[in-house]
Design a protein around this ligand. Sequence first.
Ligand code: SAM
Length: 241
Amino acid sequence: MSAPAASPRAPWRATVLTLFPEMFPGPLGFSLSGQALASGIWSLATYNIRDFGIGRHKTVDDHPAGGGPGMVMRCDVTAAAIDAARKADADLPLIYMSPRGIPLTQSIVRELAAGPGVMLLAGRFEGVDQRVLDARQAREVSIGDYVLSGGELAAMVLIDACVRLLPGVVGAEESLAEESFEEGLLEYPHYTRPREWEGRSIPEVLLSGDHKRIAEWRRSERLRITRERRPDLFAKLQDKS
Ligand code: SAM
């Protein structure tokens, strides 16, 4: 295991089981998530699945039963990594990053950010032997309908989305309240100086100083953009009302 970045472990903990621990913290070490990591708001531990590999070559994979292309991560090796991580931190929900998983949404992110943290299994090759997922009760989560070459980037996406919801990470808590996916809506457009740029102006209402009108305009923009770009989200909104 790599040394946790904050010791003792922070209130929100991310543990990643991976064949490429050197990829972490990677982008998570920058900006808001990086500052929060350095200040102990969250902590990161990685386990190298290779350390639990079999024999002299530390083998972690084998041919798929039933034939077919690629290799599959062995259940015994993967289980040994999970068990070691759980011995150190028993409370974290185990999530296997997988294109077959339930799609990651802001409501899942909120749920995970409100808990003790996450233990993320990053797959490689064709994926992981099903038996270890069943035996260790891994929840499968996907970051979208496309296939990555490994689960590490997916794990980073999930961690980043959770970390920015932790208290003290994003400066103004209000800036989270109207973000995309809050209340089932996408966000309104933003503008800043200069006031005129390439013949384009900032909408007059935003310069009016009238907070009620600004709030109404932003709300109507959120509705318009959601209806145009994400009819699926908009339909859910109408079902609720
Ligand atoms: N054979 C698998 C399939 O068709 O579903 C794809 C395996 S992929 C090449 C290798 C690993 O990348 C997976 O085990 C998973 O951990 C990760 N991965 C790929 N796409 C992902 C996605 N959309 N969301 C989360 N993890 C993903």
